[in-house]
Design a binder for this molecule. Structure first.
Ligand SMILES: Cc1cc2nc3c(=O)[nH]c(=O)nc-3n(C[C@H](O)[C@H](O)[C@H](O)COP(=O)(O)OP(=O)(O)OC[C@H]3O[C@@H](n4cnc5c(N)ncnc54)[C@H](O)[C@@H]3O)c2cc1C
Length: 330
């Protein structure tokens, strides 16, 4: 529908939209309410589910554009982009909102190029001013916040996870489900091999409310177990600095920073991380930052809300013990 605010669905590949989709739909609903349009979800998947569709409706989608096709998974930009572009050209939404996830940050950049539209990547705030949308996004590795607007539509935006308020669930709400006919692009690349990542059993890094992160100060891959123990106690995800990733101690998907993941948890705990600007670029919008470093001059203390000057090999187990006691009491 022209004037609609689209939210691109991020799912778990099992037919369930992820929590970040509730944030994107919440924002699409809020903006559509102000602009006099409606929020709509766009779900590209090989496997939708009734439960997933119900979530989208309850998170505010008045309509779901469902494109279900085996070619859409695993994600490939060259398949998603023409499908999204065809749909957007036919339906002329006012705005297309996605999340800062590995696939959507790429898909929306490609889509913007296809449509000749502007993209506000990694936005942390959106406001409607008259007939314009204004996006706030960090620039220069998070040192400054820039405000930008569009000279023409559609407005494309990716939203940083954990920053926007998730949609208020409207139990029992329903959405019209449209299955548009779109042309699937011919195969350009073949999947040669697929390897499943071993699950850590801990929350997903970009969505976690608490993140425990380790750097070169950990001294070796075997010592990440100390952080995992703490993470288990407080329900946190474990991340890493690039120094730890480059050393081969953690896979790249756990890297936080400019060339890794961007996170905005409620609480970030950094162990043995100096606080290089490229690391800060990925975590400085965390609500509360706590740094643990044996060097009182470490730059990370400049942006930390709380700092512990000490040896992480003593501090991390001590925190795990104390948190455990506190949580057992409550
Ligand atoms: C183009 C580019 C992109 C980059 N992208 C990223 C990125 O995405 N993410 C990223 O993280 N980095 C990135 N970097 C690298 C970045 O510049 C830093 O080199 C890196 O972040 C340093 O990692 P670190 O803090 O773990 O290591 P270090 O800087 O070596 O810091 C280790 C810290 O551990 C402390 N320490 C040591 N032992 C202990 C102990 N026992 N207890 C407590 N503290 C201890 C030390 O005091 C020190 O402060 C990038 C660099 C470039 C040039």
């Amino acid at each position: 529908m022209a004037g609609a605010f689209w939210a691109i669905v991020e799912d778990d590949r099992q037919g369930n939209p992820k929590k970040v989709t509730a944030e994107v739909l919440g924002e699409a609903t809020r903006l559509a309410g102000q602009a006099g349009g409606q929020a709509e979800a766009v779900w590209l998947t090989d496997k939708a589910s009734e439960a997933g569709l119900k979530y989208l409706a309850e998170w505010g989608a008045k309509r779901v554009w469902l494109v279900e096709n085996a070619a859409l998974a695993p994600y490939r930009g060259e398949v998603w982009t023409p499908v999204l572009a065809e749909l957007a050209t036919k339906e002329s939404p006012k705005a297309i909102l996605g999340a800062v996830t590995s696939r959507q940050r790429e898909a929306l950049a490609r889509l913007a190029a296809r449509l000749g539209a502007g993209l506000a990547a990694d936005s942390v705030a959106l406001t409607l001013q008259g007939d314009s949308l204004v996006a706030t996004r960090p620039v220069y590795a998070g040192k400054l916040l820039a405000k930008m607007t569009w000279s023409k539509g559609p407005w494309l935006v990716t939203l940083r996870p954990n920053v926007f308020k998730p949609a208020d669930e409207q139990a029992g709400a329903t959405a019209a489900v449209e299955r548009p006919s779109v042309s699937m692009p011919g195969e350009q690349m073949k999947l040669a091999e697929r390897r499943e990542e071993v699950s850590t059993g801990l929350p997903e890094l970009a969505e976690a409310e608490i993140v425990v992160s380790g750097g070169r100060g950990l001294k070796g891959p075997e010592n990440f177990v100390i952080l995992e123990e703490l993470a288990k106690v407080i329900g946190a995800a474990v991340g890493a600095s690039r120094a730890a990733v480059d050393a081969g101690w953690r896979p790249h998907r756990f890297q936080i920073g400019q060339t890794g993941r961007t996170i905005s948890p409620k609480l970030y705990l950094g162990f043995g991380i100096s606080g290089a600007i490229q690391h800060l670029a990925g975590m400085r919008t965390s609500k509360v930052i706590c740094a643990i470093n044996k060097d009182p001059e470490a730059p990370i203390f400049k942006i930390a809300d709380y700092g512990i000057v000490g040896d992480l090999f003593e501090v991390a187990p001590a925190l795990a013990t104390e948190f455990k006691k506190l949580l057992e009491k409550s």
